[in-house]
Design a protein around this ligand. Structure first.
Ligand SMILES: [Zn+2]
Length: 347
């Protein structure tokens, strides 16, 4: 009740200030919008802070530390977190594990704030902005569109950490799928054919990112790192000129800076996930680079397979090339490699 009264008084003051700037000439409307938004964010932030203060996160004298020991309550500590409503400070119970030598607050984990100074809502917003362009631009977008002030460095750190968490979860899932411990349902409706285009390309890097890596240039310094990419898609229909058209929303992408062996596992898992075991034909399109060809890829037991590059060891003897409108070169194999035939027979 006190909270509601206090907020009502705050709203009254905000309305008075907005009315004042609204009357200040041509830019009055924009100024009033800015004043009201900033004021509402402030009010919202303090409302959230007071709601959070209702639970100080005391969970008894001891809690599990997460590594098999018990952590002991030592007192209360403050933690400040960025939220979509601005900076919010939370006071919560702190526990210390003598065996691990570090502390934890159960309340942080409950709120999704463990090990981070950004609320889940702000982190999600930050991820969207950071995915749209350079970090400095993302920071300025967040300021302009959401009224949230973050430095480019903070945007970068949070986005990197979300990216790492997402990649880790994806990697775990891929490992289970590739090992057939997790069996995804086949796509429905099942496409007749599935395609995967695989390639690698150099991505320009700052010198910090390429430190210790060998480059192709005369000074031996690396200026790029190779990103390996696989694009999975289906194209069940033809356009009026008889060219295949990629099915809308059928594209999924795998990308990693990691070595071919790791990439191969991700591709294999994605192939399985996309129904490579069930389609009539799974086609891999590559330029014949050694790491794409054989044998690291590990997708060759996903049958039936048509191997399309004549540069691959034991690959197709005759090939036909068709260039699609999108610029993708499709190499049609006239004779399937010995390896592939053997694998295909197993089915
Ligand atoms: Zn411990």
């Amino acid at each position: 009740m006190a909270l509601a009264q206090e907020k009502a008084a705050g709203l009254g003051r905000l309305a008075a200030e907005a009315a004042r700037v609204l009357g200040c000439g041509d830019a009055g409307m924009e100024a009033a919008e800015a004043v009201i938004r900033a004021g509402l964010l402030r009010l919202g932030g303090s409302m959230l802070e007071q709601l959070l203060a209702a639970d100080h996160g005391h969970r008894g004298p001891r809690v599990p530390c997460g590594r098999g020991h018990e952590a002991v309550f030592t007192g209360y500590r403050d933690k400040s977190s960025g939220t979509v409503l601005g900076l919010v400070t939370l006071t919560r119970a702190w526990y210390h594990c003598a065996a691990c030598g570090h502390g934890l607050a159960p309340r942080d984990a409950e709120l999704g704030l463990a090990g981070t100074s950004m609320s889940p809502g702000l982190a999600a917003m930050n991820d969207r902005a950071a995915a749209a362009g350079p970090f400095a631009r993302a920071a300025s977008l967040l300021g302009d569109l959401a009224g949230v002030r973050l430095t480019a460095k903070r945007v970068e750190r949070a986005a990197e950490s979300s990216g790492a968490a997402l990649a880790g979860a994806g990697r775990d899932r891929a490992r289970l799928i590739a090992a057939r411990k997790l069996v995804p349902l086949p796509p429905s409706p099942l496409p007749d054919k599935l395609y995967a285009v695989i390639d690698g390309t150099g991505v320009p890097m700052t010198s910090k990112e390429t430190a210790g890596r060998e480059g192709k240039g005369e000074d031996g310094r690396a200026r790029t790192r190779e990103v390996k990419l696989a694009v999975f898609f289906t194209q069940d229909k033809l356009d009026e000129d008889g060219y295949p058209v990629r099915d809308r929303d059928s594209t999924s992408v795998i990308a990693t800076f990691e070595p071919a062996s790791v990439f191969a596992g991700l591709v294999r898992a994605e192939g399985i996930r996309r129904g490579a075991d069930h389609v009539r034909q799974f086609t891999i399109i590559g330029d014949g680079a050694a790491w794409i060809c054989y044998p690291d890829l590990g997708v060759t037991d996903l049958v039936p397979v048509t191997w399309l590059s004549r540069w691959c060891p034991g690959g197709a003897g005759g090939t036909a090339v068709r260039v699609m409108r999108s610029g993708i070169v499709i190499v049609f194999a006239l004779r399937v490699s010995v390896t592939m035939t053997r694998v295909a027979r197993r089915s």
